[in-house]
Design a protein around this ligand. Structure first.
Ligand SMILES: *Cc1c(COP(=O)(O)O)cnc(C)c1O
Length: 232
């Protein structure tokens, strides 16, 4: 990957977001591209920043903290999209604009405690396991109302702003649409039942972000189509 190739990739992704938004009768400005930079060099983040990309997604706390420190750019917005482990919650306040993947009360309470200590607040999304996959994180659709109620009653500094999902992969992205639709329906039901606003839907990755936008995604998490394949 070089900067020219990255520029080309970003331009294409932005155009595709624009086209999908138009098709859905939505404004492209209402959709944030989160460039998923996990396992990619910090240099790529710098190049992307020079090309106007501000939002980045990271899955691993340690890797993210090292990059954030190295970059030392307060204008960048890092989104935490990885597994939420309670013992890592202390590293999050002040570092991440949003945590997309909250799926445990224990983690949420720990994060809330750390926010109180540092006098900050934290935007979070609740990760939903829309296809009941055993290998994936997230809470089940039927548990979402109880889960959010418990968070509302037991935390002070967490701002629940929406839902996130990671549906199964299909060769044909049309097959993923019903799962995105489920998440959107759940959001609408929860808003009604709980009387809260959940403006964000974080859904869609490289292979299926267009379908996610058609179903209402406000945050699309795109790695490979921007930065190329990851090197492990
Ligand atoms: C890695 C990852 C992505 C990006 O996946 P690509 O297929 O490379 O676009 C998005 N969301 C989550 C939660 C991820 O872990």
């Amino acid at each position: 990957m070089n900067k020219e190739k990255l520029a080309e990739n970003l331009k294409r992704v932005r155009e595709e977001v624009e086209i999908a938004a138009q098709k859905a009768g939505r404004k492209a400005e209402d959709i944030t591209i989160v460039a998923v930079s996990k396992h990619q060099p910090t240099q790529y983040i710098k190049w992307a920043r020079e090309l106007g990309q501000i939002d980045f997604g990271e899955n691993y706390i340690q890797e993210a903290l090292e990059k954030i420190e190295e970059l030392n750019s307060p204008d960048l917005r890092f989104h935490f999209i990885g597994r939420c482990q309670s013992n890592k919650a202390k590293y999050i306040p002040g570092k991440f604009i949003m945590v997309h993947s909250v799926d445990s009360i224990k983690f949420a309470k720990e994060l809330d405690k750390r926010c109180q200590k540092t006098d900050t607040s934290q935007k979070i999304l609740i990760q939903i396991n829309v296809a009941k996959e055993e290998t994936k994180g997230g809470i089940l659709i039927q548990e979402a109302e109880t889960f959010i109620t418990e968070l509302l009653n037991n935390t002070k500094r967490l701002n629940i702003t929406g839902l996130m999902c990671m549906p199964p992969y299909f060769e044909n992205p049309e097959k993923v649409r019903p799962y995105f639709n489920k998440l959107r329906k759940l959001k609408e039901q929860l808003e009604q039942k709980l009387g809260i606003k959940l403006p964000h839907l974080s859904m869609g990755m490289s292979s299926d972000f267009k379908e996610a936008i058609l179903e209402g995604a406000t945050l699309v998490r795109i790695g490979t189509n921007i930065f190329g394949p990851r090197k492990y």
